[in-house]
Ligand binder design. Structure first.
Ligand code: NAP
Length: 497
């Protein structure tokens, strides 16, 4: 918890026992090939664990086990009230091990310990508990038929679901996928990102301890290009849920078409607009403009990377945001005072540095950052970076950088702000800041994104759906709506004599 010091966390990290084997059929097992891959800490580059490097033969085995578990009905036919008890118990067990799991996530992802203890673990607990508590409160339907008929409309689980998740919010996205897919009675095979498998491996054993039958949840670490592809093409997998890049999401749609048309739901990238009008609370808007981009080092699908500011306050507002950016200088993720940790790896840091160079060459003005930090730490730290004088045709305004880089674009009126916001292949999130309710609401309504904030950024909780318009995806995580991605509607039409 936050009353711990950096020394407390360092000493806990030194004692941490890390499980790197796959979780198959209710127990930890090596990959059939015996192969492993080292997972490194982005904070200092040290090896954390050797992790099972599962291949297609492990996938085939896990799929057969998952199908058998599904068909046994041990979970899929269990009363929703009983599934609820298991999920709620699972959430409690994660809560009981909160510090350990927060530490694992901090070391594996490089996320600040203040975030993993304050956000990631509580959010996973809330997601699992909420979905468990909801599942025995959703009713199926009887259709409005003629009197001599009765038509039932039921939600049934898909069967076996593959869930493939990214490295930027490993625990949260894992919970967003597992909670609704398990609550609705599916068997699930989770493939974590190669960079960040540890928290998913840990919570899988806690699910078993909570009473989840063997084979219902399996976690297979391994490469996306082989293991992930094989799962996505598998004819015995009925549903595919994915969070990751738009590029890979497009491939998964193709894999589904090339195989058994498995139901495929995608949560993809973004280039989100954060629109600030002159009549907004500028102090608050400036603080949140920094949060919107620098939280998680900008490695956030919903990051508000396009700061779209009314021209008459642009200069003044940028100064305020540059001032705020100083609160986000990178630091050791084990230090409770750190707000921003390292990039996930050297490749991601190079991508960020390359985009900064592209921004310079495109003629944007660098107002802050643009340099690596803490180079002698062994980690991949980069300073919060702000470009002014950006226009929406520049690559730094169009492409997802996935790092702490903000592009500031000016606008003259609401119509122009909306046009800039919507001029993107993405449609994941955004926000508008104004104290005029008409302006705020009209702009929020016109921006084509899945989640829009008015006078906040990153607003929302488990009660609301989350997902993208356009090339930001098609599925919805969180809330009751997430159950739609993991169920088929079945009609039973009965006629009376
Ligand atoms: P990524 O490269 O697309 O990888 C995501 C997952 O897909 C990883 O587990 C990866 O495995 C796997 N994968 C890669 N190639 C595959 C293939 N051909 N077939 C099947 N699986 C494959 O994305 P990332 O770099 O990890 O994450 C960053 C991206 O995720 C960003 O674009 C971000 O916007 C997006 N994101 C979206 C949301 C949302 O809710 N909309 C949330 C978070 C992140 P390996 O790790 O082995 O490569």
């Amino acid at each position: 918890m936050l009353d711990k010091t950096i020394k407390d966390w360092q000493s806990a990290a030194a004692k941490l026992e890390i499980e790197g084997r796959a979780f198959i059929d209710g127990r930890y097992q090596d990959a059939l090939s015996g192969e492993t891959r080292a997972t490194l800490s982005p904070g200092d580059g040290r090896k954390l664990a050797d992790v099972a490097n599962c291949g297609t033969e492990d996938a085939d085995r896990a799929v057969a086990i998952a199908q058998k578990a599904f068909q046994s009905g041990a979970w899929s036919a269990m009363a929703p009230a009983d599934r609820k008890m298991v999920l709620v118990r699972w959430a409690e067990l994660i809560e009981d091990h909160a510090d350990e799991i927060a530490l694992l996530e901090c070391l594996d992802v490089g996320k600040p310990i203040a975030d993993t203890t304050g956000v990631d673990v509580p959010s996973a607990v809330r997601t699992i508990r909420w979905s468990g508590e909801a599942i025995d409160k959703v009713y199926d339907q009887i259709a409005p038929t003629p009197a001599n008929c009765l038509a039932l409309v039921q939600r049934l689980p898909l069967g076996v679901v593959a869930a493939i998740v990214p490295w930027n919010f490993p625990l949260s996205t894992t919970a967003w996928k597992l909670a609704p897919s398990l609550a609705t009675g599916n068997s699930v095979i989770l493939k974590p990102a190669s960079n960040t498998p540890l928290s998913a491996l840990r919570i899988a054993a806690l699910a078993s301890e909570a009473g989840l039958p063997d084979g219902v949840l399996q976690v297979l670490p391994g490469p996306g290009g082989s293991l992930g592809r094989h799962l996505s093409l598998h004819d015995d997998i009925d549903g595919l849920t994915f969070t990751g890049s738009t590029e890979v999401g497009k491939q998964l749609m193709q894999y589904s078409g090339e195989s058994n048309l498995k139901r495929t739901f995608l949560e993809l990238g973004g280039k989100s607009p954060n629109i600030v009008f002159a009549d907004a609370n500028l102090e608050k808007a400036a603080a949140f403009a920094a949060v919107a981009v620098f939280y998680n080092g900008g490695q956030t699908c919903t990051a508000g990377t396009r700061l779209i500011v009314e021209e008459n306050i642009r200069e003044q507002f940028i100064e305020m945001v540059v001032e705020q950016s100083r609160n986000w200088l990178p630091g050791d993720p084990l230090d409770p005072a750190t707000a921003m940790g390292p990039m996930i790896d050297a490749a991601q840091m190079k991508t960020v540095a390359d985009y900064v160079e592209i921004g310079r060459q495109e003629g944007a003005s660098l107002m802050a950052g643009g340099v690596q930090a803490m180079a002698d730490s062994g980690g991949c730290y980069y300073e919060p970076t702000i470009f002014d004088g950006v226009n929406n045709n520049m690559r730094i305004a169009r492409e997802e950088i996935f790092g702490p880089v903000m592009s500031v674009i000016g606008f003259k009126d609401a119509e122009e702000a909306i046009a800039i916001a919507n001029d993107s292949i993405y449609g994941l999130a955004g926000a508008v800041w104004s104290n005029n309710i008409n302006t705020a609401h009209q702009v929020a309504a016109a921006v084509r994104v899945g989640t829009m904030g008015i006078n906040n950024y990153f607003g929302g909780d488990m009660t609301v759906p989350f997902g993208g318009f356009k090339q930001s995806g098609n599925g919805r995580d969180k809330s009751i709506h997430a159950f739609d991605d993991y169920t088929e509607l079945k009609t039973t039409w009965i006629e009376f004599e």
